[in-house]
Design a protein around this ligand. Structure first.
Ligand code: CU
Length: 160
């Protein structure tokens, strides 16, 4: 279901009132996060073709807006790095795409033109342990495997 942020918030508000006793109703309103698609890291110009931030931790129901800050990139979910029941996404090159992630778990995604150069990212939703080990073990080409090594090291630290 694709809703504007405003109508999502309205629905959440209605649901909270109707189901106030449910422990599964989020306490906070959903948050809209941004991930920039970059050809060059402004903080480290030697670093090319990256998502920023590369690792994003969010709550279920939050949205992620992939912003085409630089042209020539897109965001595509990796089918081997998603929890069961999650909706895959595939943005058009040089276009923004916004996804709402309702299913808890570990999500990997890549830029189609630059996957081979290691342009990949990780999103951790809620209790992301459900498919964490499977996502970590997912087979990758050489360069993305290298980058995922770094990203999962960061994610390991978040797991405590
Ligand atoms: Cu790219």
């Amino acid at each position: 279901m694709k809703l504007s942020r405003r109508s999502s918030l309205k629905l959440i508000g209605a649901a909270s009132t109707a189901l106030i006793a449910s422990p599964y109703i989020a306490l906070a309103d959903p948050v809209a996060h941004e991930v920039q698609m970059l050809s060059r890291d402004p903080e480290n110009p030697k670093k090319r073709f990256l998502f920023s931030p590369q690792v994003l931790q969010i709550a279920p129901g939050d949205s992620v807006h992939f912003v085409a800050t630089d042209r020539g990139h897109n965001s595509v979910s990796d089918p081997n790095m998603m929890p069961d029941g999650a909706t895959p996404w595939a943005g058009q090159t040089s276009h923004d795409i916004e996804v709402t992630l309702d299913v808890e778990g570990t999500y990997g995604y890549y830029c189609n033109p630059h996957r081979g150069l290691g342009m990949v990212g990780l999103i951790l939703v809620g209790d992301f342990s459900v498919n964490y080990e499977a996502a970590k073990a997912a087979e990758q080409p050489r360069k993305p495997a290298e980058v995922y090594g770094e990203l999962f090291a960061m994610a390991d630290a978040l797991r405590g």
